[in-house]
Design a protein around this ligand. Structure first.
Ligand code: SF4
Length: 263
């Protein structure tokens, strides 16, 4: 069984994260990937070998206490929805197996929307978390270094489409996931990847404007989540087996020195 397809975060015991791709349409200055592929005891470099749904499901089943896991999150070292069909199939298999005993969340930049305008995956998930990251295109370009043109416009168009779909689903009393937007608090500059903060004098690293981002979230009637930078994701303590077992069981970790924010 290959490692690095599923992993845990110490600040989210009970949640298992899935790494479906390392491809991304951004190159964010705060991205943990800049520090290398090691992340909380797992090497998340997939070396171009992206897991198929059956491999992902088998990895989930191999997790000790898989039946106790409360949440599955598609996140990883890239943009999960660049593998839309794969993620959709895994969501369906998880819901078949675990029914409503497990929540499914997708963390996305929304930029897959540049290539694929589909939203049917939302019928299969419980939470959609979209990285807003900035209050305008200029700040987004600086913080996220997108590899495609008009990225912020694409993101906002994606959000508008999700909102339209949400309204339609509610009108028909159909299931729709909870949606929230997120930004990263980049003020703790010492925790930024070295290559990300390069060229920025101390105290001048760009931060998203919380109030303006909150206004954008409110305009959609969604919440805004502020994520903190990871502090010790490369630490060797995460290689200890108890970490995986405790996380899978949803037990709080004494060893966690990370932030208390949801990732
Ligand atoms: S969108 Fe996420 S995975 Fe992609 S570069 Fe930014 S932080 Fe990294």
């Amino acid at each position: 069984m290959r490692r690095g397809i599923t992993y845990f975060l110490p600040c989210k015991p009970g949640s298992v994260y899935i790494n479906v791709t390392d491809r991304c349409l951004n190159n964010c200055l705060f991205c943990i990937k800049r520090e290398g592929p090691l992340f909380f005891g797992n090497d998340l470099s997939l070396n171009g070998q992206y897991p198929e749904p059956i491999e992902i499901i088998n990895c989930l089943k191999m997790i000790p206490f898989w039946n106790a896991v409360k949440e599955v999150v598609f996140c990883g070292m890239g943009e999960p929805l660049l593998r839309y069909e794969c993620v959709m199939e895994v969501c369906q298999l998880i819901k078949d197996q675990r029914k409503d005993n497990v929540k499914i969340r997708i963390d996305t930049s929304g930029l897959f929307w540049a290539y694929r305008k589909k939203l049917d995956i939302l019928d299969w998930i419980d939470v959609l978390s979209v990285s807003l990251n900035a209050e305008n295109a200029e700040k987004y370009e600086e913080l996220c270094r997108p590899k495609i043109n008009m990225a912020y416009d694409i993101l906002i168009n994606f959000l508008k489409s999700v909102k339209r779909s949400e309204v339609n689903h509610y009108k028909q009393s159909l299931h729709f996931p909870d949606v929230y937007l997120s930004i990263v608090d980049t003020s703790e500059e010492e925790y930024l990847p070295a290559s990300g903060r390069e060229g920025y004098p101390r105290g001048e690293f760009p931060s998203p404007d919380f109030e303006k981002c909150n206004e954008i979230a409110k305009s959609f009637n969604w919440s805004l989540l502020v994520k903190k930078l990871f502090r010790d994701s490369q630490d060797k303590i995460w290689n200890e087996p108890p970490f995986f077992d405790l996380c899978a069981q949803g037990k709080p970790l004494d060893m966690c020195r990370n932030c208390s924010f949801r990732h």
